[in-house]
Write a new protein. Structure first.
Length: 319
């Protein structure tokens, strides 16, 4: 999810007249919605600082930096997040113009633990850092933003947020995560046949996976329409419409029973279209799109099975 970047007028010390438009002096800029300082590695990335604050660009080489290092978010030229690192950060920059930049939401997760057992989390390789955030319902981590402390018994996560082992090693004390916290969590409490509470991991973030399926179906349906006959096109239009409804329901936070009904209907439409979709595997330019649709159907079946057969608690807990 995204939030619209706002011009941080509270940070502006002055507005200077300029032929190209108003120039604002921004002091100690932070990433929107946080107190995390920002920086960049090369002068051609200077614009990124202004773009996340709602400006069009930076006045070239107008940036001043701190004398000391602090963990900062490193930005690309377009304002995208590259990584986090200890380095000198921006203390002043001249920005001008009105931009149209939307920024990703960043949240700091302190002392991350398993939501059920509260065992501390860790990862073995930087490539698995995203798993810390996915356990907590976020999309991914700001690369190399994690800090560590002390050796103790931890749960090791992989990049997808699944647990791969338990070990004695340094626990993660802080990670910057990107995305809105999921209203559908990956750790679900439910009861077995003896009414004893226990836990099962869904294996992926429910919200993110459902949105991915919806977006994939919408995108691919549009791209393959030109290869279909009239009857096939009717079925693909129905797929596209149902996927759009699923996307809207999830982003709107609808009740899970309603979302489950739409997921079930979308899977049924995919199943009914399976014959002519499979035939497209013979066309080289379409085979990857067809495989994506097949993967989408399997993902929907996994979610349906979990919600209908495994989950015995209140479904609202998934939100």
């Amino acid at each position: 999810m995204f939030t619209k970047a706002l011009t941080l007028t509270a940070c502006a010390l002055a507005i200077l007249p300029n032929l190209a438009g108003a120039v604002e002096i921004i002091t100690n800029p932070t990433y929107p919605g946080t107190e995390i300082p920002v920086s960049f590695s090369y002068w051609n990335q200077e614009n990124g600082v202004c773009k996340i604050l709602g400006f069009e660009r930076a006045i070239p080489k107008s940036t001043e930096f701190s004398d000391t290092d602090k963990k900062s978010i490193i930005l690309g030229e377009d304002g995208s997040i590259l990584e986090a690192k200890e380095r000198n950060y921006v203390t002043q920059i001249f920005c001008e113009g009105v931009g149209n930049r939307s920024v990703e939401t960043v949240v700091e997760i302190k002392e991350p633990t398993d939501p059920n057992s509260h065992i501390p989390l860790a990862f073995a390789y930087w490539s698995e850092e995203d798993g810390i955030c996915k356990v907590h319902g976020y999309d991914r981590a700001v690369p190399k933003s994690s800090t560590f402390d002390g050796d103790e018994r931890v749960l090791l996560v992989d990049a997808g947020g699944s647990y791969i082992s338990s070990a004695e090693r340094s626990r993660v004390t802080s990670t910057y995560c990107i995305g809105e916290s999921s209203i559908y969590m990956s750790h679900i409490g439910y009861n077995n046949s003896n009414s004893n509470p226990y836990y099962r991991r869904l294996g992926f973030n429910f919200r993110s996976r459902a949105l991915t399926v919806a977006n994939d179906v919408i995108s691919i349906s549009k791209r393959i329409e030109q290869y279909l006959n009239n009857s096939q096109e009717v079925k693909i239009d129905a797929l596209k419409s149902k996927a759009a409804r699923l996307k809207a329901q999830i982003e709107g936070g609808r009740q899970l029973d309603i979302v489950l009904s739409t997921i079930t209907e979308l899977e049924l439409l995919l199943s009914q279209s399976e014959g002519f979709i499979s035939d497209m595997l013979e066309t080289d330019r379409l085979d990857q799109m067809v495989l994506t649709l097949m993967t989408s159907q399997e993902s929907l079946l996994t979610m349906i099975d979990f919600l209908k057969n495994d989950f015995k608690g209140q479904r609202q807990e998934l939100y």
